[in-house]
Ligand binder design. Sequence first.
Ligand SMILES: *[C@@H]1O[C@H](CO)[C@@H](O)[C@H](O)[C@H]1NC(C)=O
Ligand SMILES: *[C@@H]1O[C@H](CO)[C@@H](O)[C@H](O)[C@H]1NC(C)=O
Ligand SMILES: *[C@@H]1O[C@H](CO)[C@@H](O)[C@H](O)[C@H]1NC(C)=O
Ligand SMILES: *[C@@H]1O[C@H](CO)[C@@H](O)[C@H](O)[C@H]1NC(C)=O
Ligand SMILES: *[C@@H]1O[C@H](CO)[C@@H](O)[C@H](O)[C@H]1NC(C)=O
Length: 605
Amino acid sequence: MFIILVPTLAILANGQSQSSCLVQKRIEAKQNTAIEDSPFSVQQHQCIDNYVQEVRQVLPHYDLSDRRFGGLSRASATRAPILGAGFGTTATRSLAVFARQFGLKVHHYDAEAPSWLELDKHLTRPCGETSYLNEIDFQHILLEEEHDLLLDTPMAEFFLDFYAASPQSKVLLTHRDPQDWAEKRSQFKNNLPLPLQSPCEFTLDNISTADAAKLFTAHEKLVRCMVPPEKLLEINVFEPQTLNTTSVAMFLGAPAPEHYVPFPRISGKGVTRTSEDPEDADAPHDKQKKISLCITGQIRRLELRTKINRLILPLMAGGARVEVLLVLDPRNNTAFIHRGAGERIGNFTIMEGPYQSLSDTVDAFPSGVSVVFDPFMAQDFPIDPRYAAGMALNQTAALEGALERARSHVRQWEAMQRCWELMNNLILPDVAIRLRDDDAILETFELPDSFGVHAPSCADCNGLNDKGAIVLGTGNMLGYFTMPLQFMRFAFDSLVDVQRQRTNVPLNPESVLLNSMMLAQVPVQRLGPNEAPILPAKFLTDGDQAHLCYFQNYNFRPCIRQEIWTYLSSAGKSIYDDADPSELKFLCESNVPPPTGGWPVQSLP
Ligand SMILES: *[C@@H]1O[C@H](CO)[C@@H](O)[C@H](O)[C@H]1NC(C)=O
Ligand SMILES: *[C@@H]1O[C@H](CO)[C@@H](O)[C@H](O)[C@H]1NC(C)=O
Ligand SMILES: *[C@@H]1O[C@H](CO)[C@@H](O)[C@H](O)[C@H]1NC(C)=O
Ligand SMILES: *[C@@H]1O[C@H](CO)[C@@H](O)[C@H](O)[C@H]1NC(C)=O
Ligand SMILES: *[C@@H]1O[C@H](CO)[C@@H](O)[C@H](O)[C@H]1NC(C)=O
């Protein structure tokens, strides 16, 4: 068809008569109405022709000549969202989670949205008809919900339509080894459409995986041919060593992150709505329990081994889907408020944990668990000066120390709010667990099953233990994760009022948490040490031996149930106060050489 167009231009250039030009134009119009009102250039039409030729090697009758790409789309659009041009099963859902981490509004296969549902139907229309796709307003569908990035089925299948509807868009092509893709994709229970522009009722069942791989490759060639290189980014999540998330973030329009953000590991099923997974497609009301564990604090203080071995793995073994959200300050100069690294206690020295950056944690997680890595730096919102003043009065510490503590408390509440944002980027869980960086899990435990916030009963300091909680119920999750910060920033007086009604001691983080829950009408329950064996721990070394040690005072003593306390007192290491050798400071459970491959975890009675 372009053979005709090129002579037309040549004739014009040669100054031939206008009539011969018009004749020529009419022939051209008859043969290809698409070019007339197409936003695509001559070169781009050549890309499409080449694509059709390649597809015909697999599907001899494949034809796009009736298509007006973009359907009823108007030529110019006000917005140009980023288009995902990769088929499902190319890790589009991890990309969606990643982009949402940077605040983008992302469309990822949504089996409930009406106009997308409508488009999905067209994927399985009878073969041999393409014209009624021309009656769809692709631009309207693309822009109606003001997404910044659109991914997964049917973005790839209608790539030419969406690109025609938004030719200024940048394009993200999620790549994967074609044969791997075809094999993985054909394992799905529901017959999925062919990796083809304007596909029809033929499915992957109708062709070999080798042919599916050929179509997949032809599609990628088409995308590379259509999109100018500066507007195209290809990523292959299956080869993490090729992935530079900083440049992905910048392509998405986000500022270059100051600290490296490892690409999220979204594995398992049902973590996001997706067409990538066969289970999801036909089991949206899956009974499998979904659990989010958000860990807040600082990377340098992170304890992971007991969290993984005594919480995450047992939950997964019990059939739950677990996603971990690491909301951790990546900076190396954040001070630990109580007992920082390097501090000595008798012959022992407090150490940093085994992780220097979020990238260091990637391999620590077992397969099958989803992980979102979020190097989080709090904004340190200003808070009411009465908060620190109150803590300074109650404690012997001066105001300066109280201000320092207050800042650390606000960081904690900010991080909790970030947990909620990240949780919202996935499907909200049945159970949300929040742990601090330095929390250790003493033993495996059963999750509670009643709605509300469940926190350890120990170390409540006139309020609610703020070291960890297990939350059931979406409204309660919203309350637990976001209200302490909201009240501290915008309704401090309400916190003070509740405090006055409850007690005459000033506010501290535990009472801010409890008062916030009371004000937000979130039910609170306290769990004994066998029901929530969660308490902060530190890494201590005495030279060639390393220990995971639990801080012991009147406050934390009730966090350990008697049998474990007795066991640790005899089999573990007990560390006493320098000044008063009768005062127990730490009770340690491991007594092993310092970490080379991480911290060992033994099982306790
Ligand atoms: C394509 O595959 C489906 C499912 O296996 C089958 O029902 C259908 O008859 C096949 N169509 C053709 C044309 O082979
Ligand atoms: C990743 O991309 C950023 C931005 O393009 C670049 O500055 C950085 O050097 C890249 N890192 C690596 C390891 O290639
Ligand atoms: C802390 O990080 C900065 C850069 O972010 C680096 O220059 C410095 O050497 C680091 N210090 C330590 C003790 O790791
Ligand atoms: C510290 O180590 C020294 C020498 O090994 C030992 O004599 C002393 O008892 C230890 N002190 C404590 C408090 O354990
Ligand atoms: C504050 O003072 C009260 C009463 O003396 C005491 O019970 C409480 O533990 C103190 N500390 C905090 C942080 O509230």
